[in-house]
Write a protein that binds this ligand. Structure first.
Ligand code: HEC
Length: 275
């Protein structure tokens, strides 16, 4: 662990800091540049594969598993939920902002609400507008499975998150700060593991790049364990023994805003399987 920590502090001098007061587009370019220097052989689109890009064997294995995805029957459950009309006869698709080729526009900043809106929040607004109860953000059997199917309808569209206006920028900056802030007993930031130490092995896992993180959610871990992006935030916070925030909290929504923005231009690919 001591060696690992030294490596982190060393590397963070080089990679950990990002320009203060840069525009989101400058940030994104810096992130691209950082990975380009670190992994000159990786192409931009390779980043949709996360840590699998660092191991030909793992990628090969993954591709053969995906010929018959282990999560098919769960995805069918999500499809059924998506297609079943509400009590008033309307469907999710009638809401207009969720479903086909929509996921890549999330999260977005809603000027009227004055906050970041995630895909899951839009699903709940749609339910509420149609007289249905909202789903809990951490309920993987409802929100998890429903979004696993409905976000798959955006496969192939490019991530296209926008940050426009002073308030949107402020939310984005908060998310960026969260990403670079060290926390927990281990005193690691998201950037320590997913920028500086990318490609290294932590216990048995290869650390994935933050670039491309946001394009493939929800994912199925171990084949059938549906996990949303913010569930993962909680797990990563716990890994460094920090108290996690609630899924759907402003802190995680702002983090997701920054985290998704830096993957702009990469194709959405939902759901995926990860070990
Ligand atoms: C101590 C190191 C560590 C820290 C700090 C950390 N993570 Fe992770 N994270 C991991 C490990 C290990 C995994 C599993 C292997 C992988 O995919 O990188 C992971 C996985 C992820 C994944 C899933 C990748 C995928 O494709 O399945 C996301 C997203 C993620 N982390 C985001 C974050 C964010 C955001 C933060 C800051 C709140 C963070 N992590 C902090 C170690 C860390």
């Amino acid at each position: 662990m001591k060696k690992l920590l030294l490596a982190v502090f060393g590397a963070s001098l080089l990679f950990g800091a990002m320009s203060v007061n840069a525009s989101p587009e400058q940030d994104r370019k810096e992130v691209l540049e950082l990975y380009k220097n670190k992994f000159p052989n990786l192409k931009f689109d390779d980043y949709v594969n996360g840590a699998l890009s660092f191991s030909e064997d793992a990628l090969h294995q993954y591709k053969s598993i995906m010929e018959f995805p282990p999560y098919d029957s769960q995805l069918d459950q999500g499809k059924k939920m998506w297609e079943t009309p509400f009590k008033n006869g309307k469907k999710y698709a009638d809401c207009g902002n969720v479903g086909k080729n929509m996921a890549g526009h999330f999260p977005y900043f809603d000027e009227k609400l004055g906050k970041v809106v995630t895909y899951e929040m839009a699903i709940n607004s749609c339910r509420k507008a149609n007289g249905e109860d909202e789903y809990a953000y951490n309920d993987m059997n409802t929100m998890g499975l429903l979004t696993a199917y409905s976000r798959s309808l955006s496969d192939g569209m490019k991530m296209s998150v926008k940050v426009e206006g002073a308030k949107a920028l402020a939310a984005y900056e908060k998310g960026k700060q969260f990403f670079y802030q060290r926390r927990g007993q281990l005193n690691f930031s998201c950037a320590s593991c997913h920028m500086s130490m990318v490609g290294a092995t932590l216990r048995t896992e290869l650390l994935s790049p933050a670039l491309g993180h946001a394009v493939h959610w929800p994912e199925f871990r171990g084949g059938d364990n549906v996990t949303t992006l913010q569930t993962r935030y909680g797990q990563c916070n716990r890994q460094v023994r920090a108290v996690p925030f609630k899924q759907g909290s402003e802190e995680y929504n702002n983090l997701e805003y920054f985290h998704s923005y830096i993957s702009n231009g990469l194709p959405m690919q939902t759901p995926v399987f990860r070990k």
